[in-house]
Design a protein around this ligand. Structure first.
Ligand SMILES: Nc1nc2c(ncn2[C@@H]2O[C@H](COP(=O)(O)OP(=O)(O)O)[C@@H](O)[C@H]2O)c(=O)[nH]1
Ligand SMILES: Nc1ncnc2c1ncn2[C@@H]1O[C@H](COP(=O)(O)OP(=O)(O)O)[C@@H](O)[C@H]1O
Length: 229
């Protein structure tokens, strides 16, 4: 059933391909991708109070307090993404966040990526990002056109502080601890669609086929990835 507005969530452990699959969804459908991690990193870059608070948790691989991230996400959904198709990446990460989201919006679906830990740990080692846009690259899987530089701006790529192996281990542990109840919350509501695999290129066609039944492709073009100023 194609509903008027698409409101989706994509879940998965760090490095599972949420950003990769989300950008393909944004290219294939009229959907704007909003990453809670990108929002938080933008706050840190701007040196806001929220950014200073969030950085203390992010650098340890721990979740940022619910009220802080809820405020940032809801502000975007009620303004720049009002009446638009959107896909949330990395939010909700707790049941409390899921309940708050449910009070504000009814979701079309929740996609969950199941990728083995050994694949994730190897992948994140070679993840490079363009801090300003959140675009991600990978030495083998998605290399930049010019080594070390962002394809769009030509600015230097960096590795995230929280992508260090010991922090990734913490984030993986925290994801497993927190996500079980969030996945159950959505499974009980018949919203959860799980995709298991080792490569994004094998998962993507299954995601694309599933979303084709939910998203109306004919709608006017909307912004692909919310530019977080
Ligand atoms: N080798 C390989 N790397 C991938 C694959 N999918 C994504 N990546 C890369 O692995 C890293 C993590 O992917 P990302 O989409 O950022 O995952 P997220 O943390 O869940 O958003 C990035 O550097 C991606 O470019 C894949 O199928 N194979
Ligand atoms: N919904 C959220 N609730 C609390 N903290 C969050 C949330 N989303 C992101 N964060 C914080 O930002 C960090 C980076 O998130 P993210 O960019 O989604 O990582 P990845 O995409 O690699 O899984 C997380 O480790 C966590 O500290």
């Amino acid at each position: 059933m194609i509903s008027r507005v698409f409101r989706g969530v994509i879940m998965g452990p760090p490095g599972s391909g949420k950003g990769t699959i989300s950008s393909r969804i944004a290219q294939s459908f009229v959907v704007t991708h909003l990453s809670s991690g990108d929002l938080l990193r933008a706050q840190i870059q701007e040196g806001t109070i929220a950014g200073v608070q969030a950085s203390q948790y992010i650098e340890k691989g721990e979740l940022v307090p619910d009220d802080l991230v809820v405020q940032l996400i809801l502000a975007e959904l009620h303004t720049s993404l009002k009446n638009k198709n959107w896909l949330l990446d990395g939010f909700p990460s707790t049941v409390s966040q899921a309940k708050t989201l449910q009070k504000n919006f009814s979701l079309s679906c929740v996609l969950s990526l199941n990728v083995p830990d050994d694949v994730i740990i190897e992948r994140v080692k070679n993840r490079w990002v363009h801090a300003g846009s959140g675009r991600t690259y990978h030495i083998q899987f998605k290399p930049p056109k010019v080594p070390g530089l962002d394809d769009v701006t030509g600015e230097p790529l960096i590795q995230r502080q929280d992508d260090k192996p010991e922090t990734v281990e913490t984030r993986l542990r925290n994801y497993k601890k927190q996500s079980t109840s969030v996945l159950e919350f959505y499974r009980e509501r018949g919203l959860l669609q799980e995709f298991t695999g080792r490569e994004s290129n094998e998962i993507w066609p299954r995601v694309q086929a599933y979303l084709s039944s939910l998203i109306d492709k004919k709608q006017d073009k909307s912004v692909k990835r919310l530019k977080i100023t």
